[in-house]
Design a protein around this ligand. Structure first.
Ligand code: ZN
Length: 414
């Protein structure tokens, strides 16, 4: 029996599922970001796995870090994800109690079951199996479960990065979304608010005039002009962004107007109409050029319609990017996938926010492994009836074991 097969015999499905259930049953919703219940549970689970645990962070902002000490202490391999979840929301919409950890049809249900208590479980249970099997690693296997990812990671990942925590770490294993895939590119996220302005008035105040200026109609004109991105946006289609790679449209930027605000009363013509637009641009574009293109459209419309008074405000601008990988990491991911009878795929993301943005900041000069732990039904996270496929959870736990054995290396001396 090979060493990894020996370790796998210490990996009991019941115990892995039960660990995830325990985490789901311990709420860590953010907001309100009360971590007083989850931290002791994570500490206990890590100690049971033979890890040395420390809690680092600002008051009320705990980052729970466990280390399975290696005999040499090098390399240092950090498995990282977050300990908070989005709120459960309206509980009446859930089929099962969001904090019940119910198992049904090969899935664990509940808030955080997928995002991100599944990877937290996989990491901890992998360390436990290695420890229980009596395998000595040369390098340190470190598990970092950080706070506040769902609200930007300022006091979680950012804090640890700024404090220099990752400086002496060699390889980072991130949770990822899809199993056995690694990220090659991410779309940029460009959010703007368009506004059209007019005099406003009571509907009947216009009865003596020919043509009222209704800012909502003016907004419709602007939206019509930008409805098709090909009509106004400068971009080169990119072949990576295909439906096969998990993208909605082939090679194109995406633009959707999603929020509208106009008059608050039916008999008042709105003085102002605002629309918030979510754009997911290609990494070959920048938010700056898109903004310029958008302003051009408005200027052209103004030339044709002197009554149009419109402007645009940026809400958020994050450019997309192509991800660089150390060839050794791609090889290792491929090897681990093969051991588990899977094939490694490339993945393209629709955003550079959250965990992906964290990776960008961490990635500088670091080797990085992606461990896809969540179900391929990514939308399960953050939604009602969030769930995790148990088969994927077990695969992720096994993959975590394999990465540790390969990266930290087995010490055969004693
Ligand atoms: Zn999330």
């Amino acid at each position: 029996m090979s060493i990894h097969e020996k370790v796998f015999t210490y990996l009991k499905e019941d115990a892995v599922v039960s660990c995830l259930q325990t985490l789901v049953r311990t709420p860590s919703e953010n907001p309100p970001a009360d971590y007083s219940k989850i931290v002791p549970v994570l500490k206990r689970k890590m100690e049971e796995a033979g890890l040395k645990v420390e809690v680092i962070g600002k008051p009320g902002k705990p980052n729970v870090i466990g280390t399975l000490k290696g005999t040499v202490g090098k390399p240092k391999v950090v498995y990282y994800t977050h300990l908070d979840t989005v709120p459960a929301g309206d509980r009446s919409k859930w089929t099962f109690d969001p904090f019940g950890g119910v198992v049904k049809d090969g899935k664990v249900f509940g808030r955080g079951s997928c995002d991100a208590k599944a990877p937290a479980t996989a990491f901890m249970m992998a360390a436990k199996a290695i420890h229980d099997a009596g395998i000595k690693l040369k390098g340190d296997m470190i598990i970092a479960l950080m706070c506040d990812e769902e609200t930007g990671w300022k006091d979680g990942l950012w804090y640890l990065v700024d404090e220099g925590y990752f400086d002496d770490k060699d390889v980072l294993v991130g949770a990822g979304t899809t199993a056995f895939a690694y990220s090659v590119a991410s779309r940029g996220v460009f959010w703007v608010e368009l506004a059209t302005h007019g005099p406003g008035s009571h509907t009947m105040a216009y009865s003596s005039r020919n043509k009222p200026i209704n800012t909502l109609y003016k907004m419709v004109d602007v939206l019509e002009a930008i409805r098709n991105v090909d009509d106004w946006m400068t971009y080169e289609p990119h072949p990576l962004f295909t439906p096969e790679k998990g993208n909605t449209y082939t090679g194109k930027p995406i633009m959707e107007p999603n929020v509208i605000e106009a008059s608050s009363k039916i008999n008042i013509i709105p003085e102002i109409c605002k629309v918030q637009i979510d754009m997911r641009i290609l990494p070959t574009q920048t938010c700056e050029t898109v903004l310029k293109d958008l302003k051009n459209v408005i200027e052209k419309l103004k030339e044709k319609d002197p009554e149009l008074n419109a402007d645009v405000k940026v809400i958020q601008a994050v450019n997309g990017r192509f991800h660089q990988h150390d060839p050794r990491d791609i090889e290792l991911m491929r090897k681990v996938a093969k051991t588990l009878n899977k094939e490694l795929k490339e993945e393209v993301h629709g955003a550079t926010l959250g965990t992906s943005a964290g990776q960008e900041r961490l990635e500088k000069g670091k080797r990085r492994i992606n461990l896809g732990t969540m179900t391929t039904e990514i939308l399960s996270g953050h939604s009602v009836d969030e769930h995790q496929l148990i088969s994927n959870l077990i695969l992720a736990t096994k993959a975590s074991v394999l990465f540790a054995l390969e990266l930290c290396e087995i010490d055969k001396s004693g």
